[in-house]
Design a protein around this ligand. Structure first.
Ligand code: SF4
Ligand code: SF4
Length: 310
């Protein structure tokens, strides 16, 4: 391995995306996120380290994993396999996943060097067409600031179009090193009220809004805001007007509204998390259109779902 190479932690790489930047793209999912949004569709991206993913439907309860785990993190309680995830958080061996022959236990996340990742990215180049490239997502890509900047620089130097999606809840110094190598940015917003933001994501929006302002004035390429529309949380007219006013104050006037979906539901059980969003419905098209009208009346370009023009 080249001594200048850095190592990062990912949980997935997916090709052929057409919704996360221009053309056809390879999405790189970084592990680790400072927020805990109740509606997160990638709960396996929350922890910054690899972790066991458990699919009970595939489990035969032969307990090979329990025998293999040298840390005694697995037990059988009331005919249910229980994993002490606090113990797993510092595991380096993942012997449980090697012992499991049914695929019920798998390792979620892996480390990779910048060189290895760059080779995988180059392999996809033939599928991108003239406008495609890579998009860093997660998790929060800038939660691993040096690794993100290093892979973006490699791609930039190799004439690969680069994009990223950020939750913005990180020190600005973690964003800064990547900016010279980024061609496109999605910046996520959730809720304009700091207390409501904290209630549903674990943190206030103070750092996020400050970073949005900072980036809006310094990032030289296109920056599009994104917001998942969560009924009853951020879809009412007063909030939409506050959102419009914030966007106008930053000078960036594009937002992509994404309707809440439940596609990530199954993944909560795999990581041992509770699924908060069970009680929430997906937003009605009328509600999304109403938000779009309010935003457009303020001179903001609003794209619903996959409508963002790239
Ligand atoms: S080894 Fe796999 S199939 Fe066997 S009990 Fe463990 S998780 Fe279930
Ligand atoms: S991840 Fe490590 S500590 Fe956790 S159950 Fe598997 S072997 Fe044991």
């Amino acid at each position: 391995m080249d001594s200048a190479e850095l190592t990062g932690t990912l949980f997935d790489i997916q090709g052929f995306s057409v919704h996360d930047g221009p053309g056809c793209r390879t999405l790189i999912f970084f592990k680790g996120c400072p927020l805990s949004c109740h509606w997160c569709s990638n709960p396996e991206g929350k922890n910054p380290f690899p972790e066991p993913l458990y699919r009970q439907q595939k489990c035969t309860f032969d307990m090979l994993c329990m025998d293999a785990c040298g840390h005694k993190a697995i037990s059988l309680e009331k005919e249910n396999l229980t994993i002490d995830r606090e113990v797993c958080n510092s595991c380096k061996t993942f012997d449980c996943t090697s012992a499991c022959c049914t695929g019920a236990l798998q390792k979620g996340g892996y480390t990779i060097t910048t060189g290895e990742l760059h080779r995988l990215i180059e392999r996809d180049r033939q599928y991108w067409g003239s406008r495609g490239g890579i998009t860093l997502t997660g998790g929060e890509p800038f939660f691993q600031p040096e690794f993100a900047a290093a892979i973006l620089k490699r791609c930039h130097d190799a004439y690969v179009h680069t994009a990223a999606e950020t939750c913005g809840d990180i020190p600005v110094s973690w964003l800064q090193p990547s900016l010279p190598y980024l061609d496109w940015l999605f910046f996520d917003l959730k809720q304009m009220d700091p207390a409501r933001h904290k209630e549903w994501t674990g943190h206030t929006n103070q750092q996020i809004l400050a970073n949005a302002r900072w980036l809006a004035s310094r990032f030289e390429s296109r920056m599009v805001y994104r917001m998942t529309v969560v009924p009853g949380y951020n879809d009412y007219p007063e909030h939409t007007r506050q959102l419009a006013s914030f966007l106008l104050s930053t000078g960036r006037k594009e937002i992509n509204l994404l309707p809440l979906h439940h596609l990530g539901r199954e993944k909560y059980a795999l990581t041992g998390h509770s699924y908060y969003t069970e009680v929430l419905t997906t937003p009605a098209m009328d509600s999304l259109q109403g938000m779009k009208e309010i935003l457009e009346a303020e001179g903001i370009s609003c794209y619903l779902g996959s409508e963002t023009p790239f």
